[in-house]
Write a protein that binds this ligand. Structure first.
Ligand SMILES: NC(=O)c1ccc[n+]([C@@H]2O[C@H](COP(=O)([O-])OP(=O)(O)OC[C@H]3O[C@@H](n4cnc5c(N)ncnc54)[C@H](OP(=O)(O)O)[C@@H]3O)[C@@H](O)[C@H]2O)c1
Length: 246
């Protein structure tokens, strides 16, 4: 079994470390890649091929984990050469996922859920060929949602919609609590029903959202673009986050 990577950043590096079997060989290319990626790959025993077309041809499973911006172009450029499975793990919208499926046979719509450097991230997959990835359960938790391309992309977007909207509400409520000098008490009283980790998790969520408010706003815009008519809360969350961009 040969697993090929197009993109060898945080996602691919972690998968490489977790999928550990003498029956699996990994390949990639360093064609046009940055010094960071070259360093990532040089710290492994992955076989390096001259170009990504060769990687696509030789892979039983080709993993595309590069960037939301490049995902479609990568699929257009190399998808036709893949004889095995093409697994896309980029954070892309369902629209892009459907476009990719027009260029690639044996396409699996995938998402890594959970902290990327965790020991046990979840891999969600959908598509007719998704069954063929269930053997990866030996290394990471794999869940097949359905045979339908787009189902994972939609779930991923809904998850993102929920967490980002909740973060905006947390920011608003804790700011008001702060104004009344009741911030600690605010977290304590909600912890009574939400559990002991509520305060720690909420503070980390608020900080992460404020530190990345531009990216989070852009992600909310993408969600609105896709689900538009069904959304009221998410639009309010975007308005809230836009207040924190200077
Ligand atoms: N990090 C997360 O928590 C997470 C979780 C789930 C999904 N994702 C998604 O997974 C994808 C990868 O994320 P990451 O965190 O691993 O990103 P990353 O650390 O920035 O790594 C991206 C990798 O893709 C390479 N790349 C970019 N464009 C390419 C192209 N056209 N052809 C070949 N290689 C290319 C980069 O090479 P260079 O260095 O040469 O540019 C780099 O090796 C993204 O789409 C992201 O949205 C990320």
């Amino acid at each position: 079994m040969i697993i090929g990577f197009i993109g060898f950043g945080k996602v691919s590096k972690n998968l490489y470390n977790l999928i550990n079997s003498e029956n699996i060989k990994f390949i990639t290319s360093l064609d046009n890649r940055s010094s960071q990626t070259i360093e990532n790959v040089n710290n492994t025993d992955i076989e390096v091929l001259d170009d990504f077309k060769q990687v696509a041809i030789k892979s039983d499973i080709l993993i595309s984990a590069n960037s939301p911006k490049n995902a479609l172009n990568v699929a257009k450029e190399y998808g036709e050469f893949v004889k095995g499975i093409f697994l896309d793990l980029n954070n892309i919208s369902p629209k892009t996922t459907f476009q990719i499926s027009n260029h690639v046979d044996n396409f699996v719509d995938g998402a890594i859920i959970g902290k990327i450097d965790s020991d046990n991230p979840y891999l969600y997959v959908s598509g007719k060929s998704a069954d063929k990835l269930l053997f990866l359960n030996d290394f990471i938790s794999v869940k097949k949602i359905s045979d339908k391309i787009g189902d994972v992309a939609i779930l991923k977007l809904l998850r993102s919609s929920y967490t980002k909207t909740l973060s905006a509400l947390l920011i608003e409520s804790s700011d008001i609590a702060d104004k009344y000098d009741l911030k600690d008490e605010f977290f304590d009283i909600i912890s009574l029903t939400e559990g002991n980790n509520f305060k720690k998790n909420s503070i980390s969520r608020i900080e992460n959202t404020l530190n990345n408010s531009k990216r989070k706003s852009e992600e909310l815009e993408e969600i609105i673009d896709y689900f538009d008519d069904d959304l009221i809360m998410v639009k309010a969350a975007l308005k809230k986050l836009n207040q924190y961009q200077f």
